[in-house]
Design a binder for this molecule. Structure first.
Ligand code: F6P
Length: 539
């Protein structure tokens, strides 16, 4: 891959800085300038309508952002991604999550091997297992059907399945209940186990590496709980594993026959559609899982083939760069107007911040500009009654994505109408606010006017989808995955490694043995004092 010059030396970057420097115009003025704006700044693909008209953007801005994308070789880098090149340069790995949703019979190559047949082999094994659990053919050791599924995993081995379980509530198998345990805090597992009947419980130990401390600790505790209730022979019927490391699965005492594989070219945060999605498939069944994969795949194809100016992930990614790097936005809010998407912001936190929270470029040179924004958010309308005050009248620039769905999946159409009225009204308020003149006309006392003015001009994207289905969820996740990739290409960073989380893991192991008293590592005085205080207190 050719060396890409530093961003500070990029001509397109400089032109965008200049453009921003001379920027004038509020959203209100932008709409007045161009009566067609509401139509011209809408792009639709894979059932997702992106309205980006309420952004600080003119056609000229868009052209400059697209020029930046071309200068940073986005089309070439996208080709390299899909060709299975080792785009994760620090780990010398491909990032071929697109193969996880490639249709049977198609080809995607990693190291000269077509990986699609292997993907479908695992999908078939998962489907057969799920059908056996659903039908009751796969029973617990006492002959009970297994209806409580506990997914033990953390990070990418947790956030995706948990998010999807909630998101796809409307198509869940009626008898199956799922629980997710990630935190090494014993409270997480204890709270879940307290509700469960061991004889009806299936544990999925989900870990790409099968070495992650939190997951291995929780897995051991769960195993002990099961063995205490049902004996050692219960383990084989009540535990399955999902991992790339089948050796470690065996070493843990689990039968690799009862495990589901994936591959090192799947990053943890890009794995919800791999075997890590076993909990999802158990919840919604193989057919709906297939529909989710079809949504992912449709967005992959759109990203790969659509011209940049009509390409949803490219536009979303470039808009994020625009605010992040040219307007100094520190964060971005994700606001789903769908209760079932309550965990979507948390899912995106790992996807965006673990992927793009980087400080050097691919060549190891300091970036010199900001990389990933802080991602946060909550579902509307709850969020309106907590932090929207700051969005409407605070002093910070916080670009938002508002996600809405036309069809209701809850029994009450009236409630959905209200929800969507809020989605639409909040966008209107964010963009256009309420001026002092309007308040005066409404007889608001003069001394209250400064407090009540809502300036508007708050930029945001509106994502609108027909309904929250497995297909649309797949398309949405892939949209953000490729938007993250687009941003990573602009910054020329490795979006697929995560070295920043390693140090804490190593230090925690040293501190743990110091707490046990088996070692006495050298630490700074504050750390030393904390260890001593904790040891004293726990004893
Ligand atoms: O610590 C970060 C991380 O490596 C994530 O990237 C990953 O999703 C998570 O830990 C869990 O890792 P594993 O699936 O190997 O247990």
């Amino acid at each position: 891959m050719s060396k890409i010059e530093l961003l500070q030396q990029s001509p397109a970057w400089a032109r965008l800085q200049e453009h921003q420097h001379h920027w004038q115009g509020t959203l209100q003025e932008l709409f007045a300038e161009d009566p067609q704006r509401a139509h011209n700044m809408v792009v639709q693909a894979c059932g997702i309508r992106l309205d980006f008209s309420k952004n600080w953007l003119r056609q000229e801005t868009l052209a400059l952002l697209l020029a930046l994308a071309r200068e940073r070789q986005l089309p070439e880098r996208r080709e390299a991604l899909f060709a299975g090149e080792k785009v994760n340069v620090t780990e010398q790995r491909a990032a071929m999550h697109m193969a996880l949703r490639a249709p049977a019979g198609s080809s995607m190559w990693v190291d000269g091997v077509n990986v699609v047949p292997g993907v479908h082999e695992v999908l078939t094994k998962m489907a057969s297992f799920v059908e056996r659990v659903h039908s009751g053919e796969w029973q617990g050791v006492t002959g009970k059907v297994l209806r409580h599924i506990v997914n033990i995993g953390i990070g990418g081995s947790y956030l995706g399945p948990e998010m999807a379980y909630h998101a796809l509530r409307s198509c869940r198998h009626p008898g199956i209940r799922e629980y997710f345990v990630a935190n090494v805090d014993g409270a997480a597992l204890a709270q879940v186990l307290a509700e469960l009947d061991p004889a009806a419980t299936l544990f999925i130990i989900s870990s790409k590496t099968f070495t992650t401390l939190e997951t291995m600790t929780n897995a051991k505790m769960a195993r002990a709980w099961l063995v205490a209730a049902l004996g050692e022979e219960a383990v084989a019927r009540h535990f399955v594993a999902v991992s790339t490391n089948l050796e470690a699965v065996r070493a843990f005492g689990m039968d690799p026959e009862h495990s589901f594989a994936f591959w090192d070219w799947v990053g943890g945060r890009y794995s919800m559609d791999s075997a890590i999605g076993l909990a999802t498939m158990l919840a919604i069944g193989p057919q709906a899982f297939g529909n989710m994969l079809a949504g992912f795949h449709a967005m992959d194809q759109h990203f790969l083939t659509a011209p940049l100016e009509g390409n949803l992930p490219v536009l979303l990614g470039l808009l994020a760069v625009w605010y992040n790097n040219f307007w100094g936005a520190q964060s971005q809010a994700i606001l789903p107007y769908a209760h079932d998407l309550a965990r979507f912001p948390a899912y995106l936190q790992q996807l965006v911040m673990e992927s793009n929270g980087k400080r050097v470029d691919l060549e190891g040179r300091p970036l010199g500009v900001n990389s990933a924004p802080v991602i946060w958010g909550e579902p509307g309308t709850d969020a309106q009654h907590s932090f929207f005050q700051l969005l409407h009248q605070g002093t910070r620039l916080i670009p938002c994505d508002l996600l809405g769905f036309i069809k209701s999946l809850s029994p009450s159409q009236q409630q959905h109408d209200l929800l969507m009225a809020n989605y639409i009204a909040q966008s209107e308020a964010l963009a256009f606010g309420r001026s002092a003149e309007e308040l005066r006309a409404a007889q608001v006392p003069e001394d209250l006017i400064p407090h009540r003015v809502t300036p508007g001009n708050r930029p945001h994207n509106l994502l609108l989808v027909d309904a929250l289905t497995p297909y649309s969820l797949g398309a949405l996740v892939a949209l953000y995955e490729h938007s993250v990739f687009t941003q990573g290409v602009i910054w020329n960073i490795d979006s697929f490694d995560q070295w920043g989380v390693e140090l804490g893991k190593i230090l925690a192991q040293r501190v743990e043995t110091d707490i046990m008293g088996t070692t006495q590592h050298a630490h700074d005085p504050s750390t030393q004092a904390l260890i001593a205080l904790y040891r004293q207190g726990r004893d």
